[in-house]
Write a protein that binds this ligand. Structure first.
Ligand SMILES: Cc1ncc(COP(=O)(O)O)c(C=O)c1O
Length: 401
C-alpha cells in the first residue's frame, strides 16, 4: 500500500520525499510526529467493530499506528512492493518473516552469505522447532533447483553478503525456484542495497527485508527493521506473525527511520563515490591481496552487480595475508577517522577485522585476513590518509618482530 498519491512519473528521489507523508492529517507538520500510544479509544461500538489491519485502521499501538503506517508506506514505495510490516530491528524482521512461513517438517535453504545472527536463529530456534535448515553456495544460481525438496518452504538470500560480499544471481534463483514450486517463498536481506540500489521484488523475490538501522536510519542512533512484501497473502502472513510474536517498532525509531529516508538517495551517492575511491586505492596497495567490493572485478559476482544494481553502498572488505594479532592491533587501534564497531550504514566510517570461517559451511572461507570497512560521509582523501597511516603502523610492527 503506498500513500504516495501525487500523480505523475516522478523520479525516485522525488517520490521518496513525499512517501508516507500526510501534513494535512498532522496540523500541517512536514514530518509525521511520533505517535506514542498504546491504548487507542473508539468513539462507538461500530468503530470498534470496524478494525481491519489491512485497511490500516488503528486498534492498539503495538499492532499498527500512524507512525508505523507511514514508515511502511514509505518503505513500500522504496522497495516497489505491495505492502510492508515494520519491526523493532532488522533481525526481528528476518526472524518473524521466517517464522511466518516455516512449519515443523519444512526445509529452508539459506545462502551461505547470511548475516551471523540470521544463521544463529536458523540453527537455534528454527531448527529446534523441527525445521531442516540447509546452507547453499551463494554462486549457485539456477542450480538451486538441485537442492529443492518437496518440503522446501523458504529460500533466503543475502546479496551481496554483508561480510564477504558475494553477489548472487537473484533473478536466476527466484525464476528457477518458481518453475519447480511457486509456493516456495523467496526472501532476501536487502540491507546492503538499502532498497535503493537493487529492487529484488521486480525479480521474483517475494519478501525484501532490511535492517533500517543501517542506511535508512543513516545516523547510527535507531534500531528498526522492515519486511516489504510483493503480494497481499505474504503480507498478511508476516503481519499475523508480527502480531502473534508481539513484534513492533517504537514510534521514536519509526520517526527516525522516516527522517533518514528523505536523504537516503543523496547519502547513498556519496557512500558509493567515496567507497569506490577507497576500494580502488586499496587495490593498489602491496599489503592487500584482494578487495571485495561488488563494483570491482575482484569481487565474486561483480558481473551480476553490474547487471542488477544501480550503485554501491559504503560497505566492503579487503583481504591481507594473515598477520599476528599485535600487528593488526597496531594498525586498527590508532585510526583517526575509522571507529571500530559493529553495524554500518551511518554517516561515520568504521573498520572491523573479521573472521568469516565460523559462519561459512556450504562454501568454506578460503580467503586471508578480512578487514571490513564502512566508508562514511567524511572526505575520502582523509579516509585514505588514515588507512595509509594504519598500513605504516602495521608494517612497522611486522618489521619490529
Ligand atoms: C546484513 C544485515 N542484516 C540484518 C542485520 C540486523 O539488523 P539489526 O541490527 O537492525 O537487527 C544486520 C546488522 O548488522 C546486518 O548487517
Amino acid at each position: 500500500m503506498s500513500t504516495n498519491d501525487k500523480n505523475g512519473p516522478f523520479a525516485e528521489d522525488t517520490r521518496l520525499i513525499h512517501a508516507g507523508r500526510a501534513p494535512e492529517k498532522f496540523g500541517g507538520a512536514v514530518n509525521i510526529p511520533p505517535f506514542r500510544a498504546s491504548t487507542v479509544l473508539f468513539p462507538t461500538l461500530a468503530a470498534l467493530d470496524a478494525y481491519d489491519p489491512a485497511l490500516r485502521t488503528v486498534r492498539y499501538g503495538r499492532t499498527g499506528n500512524p507512525s508505523s503506517h507511514a514508515f511502511e508506506a514509505a518503505m513500500t514505495e522504496l522497495e516497489e512492493g505491495h505492502d510492508a510490516v515494520s519491526f523493532a530491528s532488522g533481525l526481528q524482521a528476518i526472524t518473524s518473516s521466517l517464522l511466518a512461513f516455516a512449519r515443523h517438517g519444512d526445509h529452508v535453504l539459506i545462502a551461505d552469505t547470511a548475516y551471523g545472527p540470521t544463521r544463529s536463529f536458523a540453527n537455534g530456534i528454527l531448527s529446534r522447532a523441527g525445521v531442516t535448515v540447509e546452507y547453499f553456495d551463494p554462486a549457485i544460481g539456477a542450480g538451486i533447483t538441485g537442492l529443492l525438496r518437496p518440503t522446501t518452504r523458504i529460500v533466503f538470500l543475502e546479496s551481496p553478503g554483508s561480510l564477504t560480499f558475494e553477489v548472487q544471481d537473484v533473478p536466476a534463483i527466484s525464476a528457477a525456484v518458481a518453475t519447480v514450486n511457486p509456493y516456495i517463498v523467496v526472501m532476501i536481506d536487502n540491507t546492503w542495497a538499502a532498497g535503493l540500489l537493487f529492487k529484488p521484488l521486480k525479480y521474483g523475490v517475494h519478501i525484501s527485508i532490511q535492517s533500517a538501522t543501517k542506511y535508512v536510519g543513516g545516523h547510527s542512533d535507531a534500531s528498526l527493521g522492515v519486511a516489504v512484501c510483493a503480494h497481499q497473502d505474504h503480507w498478511m502472513r508476516v503481519k499475523k506473525a508480527a502480531i502473534e510474536l508481539g513484534a513492533c517498532a517504537s514510534a521514536d525509531e519509526l520517526f527516525l527511520g522516516l527522517r533518514g529516508l528523505r536523504s537516503l538517495p543523496v547519502r547513498m551517492r556519496r557512500h558509493h563515490q567515496s567507497g569506490l575511491r577507497v576500494a580502488q586505492w586499496l587495490a593498489t596497495r602491496a599489503e592487500v591481496t584482494r578487495v571485495r567490493h561488488p563494483a570491482l572485478p575482484s569481487c565474486p559476482g561483480h558481473d551480476l552487480w553490474k547487471r542488477d544494481f544501480t550503485g554501491a553502498c559504503g560497505l566492503f572488505a579487503f583481504e591481507m595475508e594473515p598477520v599476528p594479532r599485535p600487528a593488526l592491533a597496531a594498525m586498527v587501534d590508532g585510526m583517526a577517522h575509522f571507529g571500530m564497531g559493529y553495524s554500518w550504514g551511518g554517516f561515520e566510517s568504521l573498520i572491523l577485522p573479521s573472521n568469516p570461517t565460523p559462519i561459512r559451511t556450504a562454501a568454506p572461507w578460503t580467503g586471508g585476513e578480512l578487514i571490513r570497512l564502512h566508508i562514511g560521509l567524511e572526505d575520502a582523501d582523509d579516509l585514505i590518509a588514515d588507512l595509509e597511516a594504519g598500513f605504516a603502523r602495521l608494517n612497522a610492527a611486522l618489521e619490529a618482530k
